[in-house]
Design a protein around this ligand. Structure first.
Ligand SMILES: [Zn+2]
Length: 330
């Protein structure tokens, strides 16, 4: 990655929506990224028109995916997917390099309505229990990599922390924020989704400094002493700073990513790298849908004909594809 840090430059005042801003704090061996989503997340969430708590949860998954997917060094795809037993059965978010995002949620309308009526709309309550999978697909010449972590009724932030502690063993913190913005204009009240997030990782040269306490096994015999290791001072400082980040700072269009980073790390010195633009764009196509239909037997395809046509709607972007019977043959 080319380093375009200009230490003497003042932080940019205006927020650059739909960007991922990588940064490093060399004095603390910290690296991370800040993501800001405006029109891109509004387009995805508005198109789906899911109930607001489902949209907010899907928005958090989109922010997490942008934070993690933008670290891919080669061209490819990062896919985040949950499968759980709560009212929201599945979230799927794809990040395709260099910056294409798409997302969809599958949920039980009745159970979501019950959860809303009962005020049980936290991420943990909507997801329930199951697992979260993260897949890196860098094309047919590279093996697919998949990481899995249990979802245990907690937030996506907590689930991500668990993943990094267990699987990657890199001290990591993420913050995710999604909000609805209401603005008056000539046509009345306009509604928009905004989102933001920050990821911070401690990457010292010596692995010894990355040690973290074991997770509580839960089923240890009573009286077993918990595994305690002192954390490195630099990481304690880094994660303390990131814990002060408020949701409003991650979504405020008047606060740029650079200003946020400056507020957090100016005493230690923070360098920013070239930011990456992201946008909402699906990868579906008429050819792709046709070849998917060809993979079914002719008999199965006959059963898909309704009112003289086969209609397929993309779950990610709602694009509708209509085929005449016989148009798709083996
Ligand atoms: Zn699509």
């Amino acid at each position: 990655m080319s380093d375009i840090a200009i230490p003497t430059r003042a932080p940019a005042a205006t927020s650059a929506d739909d960007t991922v801003q990588p940064f490093a704090v060399a004095a603390l061996d910290l690296r991370g990224r800040v993501v800001r989503l405006g029109p891109a997340i509004d387009e995805i969430l508005t198109r789906h028109d899911d109930p607001a708590p489902v949209a907010k949860l899907l928005g958090e998954a989109i922010v997490l995916t942008a934070l993690l997917g933008s670290s891919l060094k080669f061209s490819g795809k990062f896919i985040l997917q949950t499968q759980t037993d709560g009212p929201v059965r599945m979230l799927v978010v794809d990040f395709t390099t260099p910056g294409r995002l798409r997302a969809c949620a599958r949920y039980d309308k009745g159970r979501v309505a019950e959860a809303i009526a009962a005020g049980q709309t936290s991420a943990g309550a909507l997801l329930g229990h199951g697992h979260l999978a993260m897949t890196v697909d860098q094309g047919p010449d590279m093996s697919r990599y998949q990481g899995l972590v249990a979802v245990q009724g907690g937030s996506l932030e907590a689930t991500a922390h668990e993943y990094f502690r267990r699987s990657e063993q890199i001290p990591t913190r993420v913050r995710l924020a999604v909000a609805e913005e209401f603005r008056m204009d000539g046509e009345g009240v306009r509604h928009r989704w905004r989102a933001g997030g920050i990821l911070l990782q401690f990457l010292p040269k010596s692995a010894e400094r990355m040690r973290q306490a074991d997770l509580d096994p839960g089923d240890a015999p009573e009286g077993t002493a918990p595994h305690v290791v002192p954390e490195d001072d630099a990481w304690v400082e880094g994660r303390s700073l990131i814990s002060t980040v408020e949701d409003i700072e991650l979504i405020d269009p008047a606060l740029s990513s650079e200003r946020l980073l400056y507020r957090l790390f100016h005493e230690r010195g923070v360098r920013v790298f070239r930011s990456v633009a992201v946008r909402a764009q699906c990868s579906c196509s008429r050819d792709g849908v046709a070849s998917m239909l060809r993979s079914f037997s002719a008999d199965d395809r006959d059963h898909m004909v309704e009112d003289g046509a086969i209609r397929v709607t993309c779950e990610f972007c709602n694009a509708a594809y209509v085929f005449a019977p016989g148009e798709v043959e083996d």
